[in-house]
Design a binder for this molecule. Structure first.
Ligand code: FAD
Length: 463
């Protein structure tokens, strides 16, 4: 018989339970369905995804069917055309993914076929780590402890080489619109973020393990250093499974070190946020905690102008601007900078966090709904943290502390490249600080910080 394997955010062949399940049927037709908008979207994240699909096409020896259309229609159509009784997927636990998959499952059932799920993009599937009473964890630290104690399965085996089936052309012609050419074209283009696909993910991962893991703990908070793994982009497309990474760390000579522990903790954050989103799908774009629902935010033309300055990296705060310009140039931003720019938007400009979260997802190559929305809510004070309303990052001292020599600022903000060392963080203190067109600060941080604290306090009193 034949299994249809519908790839989504699991664009790899190793450690892939759904692939193994499909292979159990004898032979497998691999399928990717792209929404028409994904093919025409010229922004970085959409292009990056096409490059990942192109790499998968190559890895399957050209067997991958790439179709354009609404998967709710194309997938059942493909199953019918190929005579596949079962369509195999890795579970997508995001709200939109769940809804789409339920729809496809219903349609397949109507047609006498079945949607079969195996595995998730997480070491432990969202919803499976819970308290003794069976309730979800609301706070990270106890979740991470329970997650470690739960343990995770070993990576899945690799299927035998010769599993791909190329359906006959009459069947292929009946399945949606062919989008392979667009994908191959995108795949052939050079990109700032380096090569895509499973092989590239493994190369990056092994390099990190060998050269950087042991210094991860010391360097991870420093955007001026190349100290983090940058595996988030590969994880976002499922080019590697976190279970593979966890198994490699466990087998690494540094396995028991603080650095390894810290890295595993960061992966646990990704799992935690996926778990929170699983239990509270509404928290993708709404405040997780109601306590701050009445908090007033700024809107209107003046705010729009400030938000635009933030988007362009022209706030006059060097560390914030470096982060935003890294995002624009690379489709990536260091975690410390993400926290500081998010704090700036929400607490210096008093803008509701979804505005920033949307901008991030439009530009981040590692865009992940759960990590993004909950990363934003962590900073905004509406998320999983118990009482962070009083935490307002100081955009200047954060820069001085985590970019001590100003190298990150100089790399991304050429107008400040002439200021040596820490001076890059405070152009206002230097006579030549504004000689090269760097903008003045758009707000007074001390004043906006007080304003934020006042707003929070009165909301709390009011609530
Ligand atoms: P490393 O330091 O090498 O960490 C290893 C892995 O652990 C990462 O690849 C990632 O999968 C996970 N991880 C690390 N930190 C976090 C974290 N705080 N939350 C969740 N997972 C984490 N991460 C995304 O993958 N996609 C997003 O869309 C995203 N949006 C964010 C938005 C905001 C406002 C903030 C504060 C954080 C966001 N993060 C997001 C988390 C984090 O910034 C990135 O995962 C990290 O910077 C990726 O770089 P890296 O792979 O080099 O990380």
């Amino acid at each position: 018989t034949l299994g249809l394997l519908w790839f989504r955010q699991d664009l790899r062949l190793s450690d892939h339970p759904a692939l193994l399940a499909a292979a159990g049927e004898g032979s497998v037709v691999p399928l990717v369905v792209l929404e028409p908008g994904q093919l025409t979207d010229t922004r970085g994240p959409a292009r990056r995804m096409l490059r990942s699909v192109a790499a998968l096409h190559e890895a399957t020896g050209g067997a991958l069917l790439v179709r354009s259309g609404d998967p709710r229609e194309v997938v059942p159509q493909a199953a019918a055309a190929l005579g596949a009784q079962r369509v195999h997927i890795s579970r997508d636990t995001t709200p939109g993914g769940r809804e789409r998959d339920e729809h496809v499952a219903d349609q397949l059932q109507t047609d006498g076929a079945e949607l079969v799920t195996a595995g998730t993009p997480h070491a432990i599937g969202p919803g499976l780590v819970h308290t003794g009473e069976g309730t979800p964890y609301k706070v990270f630290t106890p979740f991470a402890r329970a997650w470690r104690e739960h343990g995770w399965p070993q990576p899945a085996d690799h299927p035998s080489e010769d599993i791909w089936r190329r359906p006959d052309s009459a069947a292929v012609a009946r399945i949606g619109e062919d989008a392979l050419a667009a994908v191959l074209q995108a795949g052939a283009q050079d990109a700032v973020d380096g090569p895509a696909g499973e092989r590239a993910a493994l190369v990056r991962w092994r390099t990190f393990l060998e050269d950087h893991l042991s210094e991860y703990d010391a360097g991870r908070d420093r955007p001026d250093l190349d100290a983090t793994s940058r595996m988030s982009i590969h994880l976002a497309h499922g080019e590697i499974h976190p279970r593979t990474m966890l198994a490699d760390i466990a087998a690494h000579p540094a396995a028991g070190s603080d650095a390894a522990h810290r890295f595993v903790t960061e992966l646990a954050w990704r799992e935690f946020y996926a778990d929170v989103l699983w239990h509270r799908p509404d928290s993708a774009w709404q405040d997780l905690r109601d306590a701050l629902a009445a908090l007033p935010y700024d809107e209107g033309p003046e705010t729009d102008r400030l938000v635009e300055a933030w988007r362009q990296g022209r706030t006059g705060f060097p560390f914030v601007d470096a982060g935003m310009r890294q995002l624009a140039a690379e489709g990536f931003m260091h975690n410390r900078a993400r926290m500081v720019v998010a704090s700036f938007l929400t607490k210096d400009l008093h803008v509701w966090w979804p505005v920033g979260a949307r901008h991030f997802l439009d530009h981040l190559l590692d865009g992940d709904l759960a990590s993004n929305s909950h990363g934003w809510q962590w900073v905004a004070g509406t998320g999983t943290d118990a009482s962070p309303y009083f935490r307002v990052f100081n955009p200047v001292t954060q820069g001085q502390r985590f970019d001590p020599d100003g190298a990150y600022v100089r790399r991304w903000v050429p107008e400040l490249a002439h200021l040596g060392g820490k001076a890059a963080h405070t152009p206002w203190d230097h006579p030549d600080g504004y000689d090269h067109g760097y903008p003045e600060r758009i707000v007074d941080h001390a004043q906006e910080r007080r304003e934020t604290l006042d707003r929070y306090e009165s909301t709390r009193e009011g609530g």
